[in-house]
Ligand binder design. Sequence first.
Ligand SMILES: Nc1ncnc2c1ncn2[C@@H]1O[C@H](COP(=O)(O)OP(=O)(O)OP(=O)(O)O)[C@@H](O)[C@H]1O
Length: 400
Amino acid sequence: MRNFAAASHVSGGTVIEGNRQAERPLLVSLPGLLSVIQPKMVHAEAFSRPLSRNEVVGLIFRLTIFGAVTYFTIKWMVDAIDPTRKQKVEAQKQAEKLMQQIGVKNVKLTEYEMSIAAHLVDPLSMQVTWSDIAGLDEVITDLKDTVILPIRKKHLFENSRLLQPPKGVLLYGPPGCGKTLIAKATAKEAGCRFINLQPSTLTDKWYGESQKLAAAVFSLAVKLQPSIIFIDEIDSFLRSRSSSDHEATAMMKAQFMSLWDGLDTDYNCQVIVMGATNRPQDLDTAIMRRMPTRFHINQPSMRQREAILNLILKNENVDRQVDLVEVANSTDGFSGSDLKEMCRDAALFCVREYVSNTTDDGYYEEIRPIQQQDLIKAIEKMKKSKSATNQGVLMHVSLD
Ligand SMILES: Nc1ncnc2c1ncn2[C@@H]1O[C@H](COP(=O)(O)OP(=O)(O)OP(=O)(O)O)[C@@H](O)[C@H]1O
């Protein structure tokens, strides 16, 4: 308390110390400081007596309030200047909802795991099953043996290191041929949680954030195992590392790989990284080595196209005269996705006819079935649009 008497103090913002003010260092006593926070006339004698119990309590109370206000102001300012804040809050909300939906309880997630959890898909809510995929029976059988069985019948494989599900699976082939379908159906049939990882989730972040998020991908997958981390267009994310990579991106890639290797140390761990790409040649050898199980999902053959057409049109109103073998024959070079689009167009021709034939008196009773001529017209339309896009690509390539 002696210090209070000896020290200078601030009153109404002025240091009072007589003529010696300039010679001594400026010491500001606590009550003096408080009088700045809450200015009022304070007499000099007030500082020479010990503080009463109530004053000490009041002082602590005011300091606590002051500290809390400062803390929350700084926190609010940091949040306000963080450009990813809104995204984080949204992701958190979505993640909480999803975790509830998939019945994950008593698993504590970090802030970063929460933002990855926003990309979770529950196997129960997934609609895609093997029966939605046509013409890829061989791939499906292989996947059942190598991936699904070891997950579903874990107890049979517990003692074997050789028969554990692979830590990396690569699906490669041209666009629209069913890679994503296969990945989703695998997760569904294996009862795995599916983390649909968009590369931008990791690469668009602040310096340092992407590494924490990469770590969160794996720690979340381990917490929720059995799980599949699916990376579509994995080439855009883990392409051959080049000197033009941003330093943070290069570090994140290196970390991603080492976390991936970490899955191997616990051979009972049921986390699989599944990647899909149209450009396997762009993946570097280090990635290929981590994905020893590879499936080529190629452009469908004539028989596969027939199977896909049968599946797409299974529940549609199709004329009995329609010959799908002929349709399959005339759609060489079409992907599964092209076939679906083409059939949709054919069905739309019937809808348009129905609408244009409608008079003021009323509508026809029903939309007519899809006929062979609708399919032929739709094939021609699709061929034109495909050749236009190919020309666009060629022009683009030659311009480069
Ligand atoms: N084998 C198939 N059986 C049934 N439908 C298919 C098949 N292949 C493609 N499709 C249809 O095409 C759509 C696109 O397929 P998918 O997204 O799996 O292709 P992808 O190979 O992952 O393409 P991308 O490389 O462009 O991501 C599917 O939703 C489905 O309707």
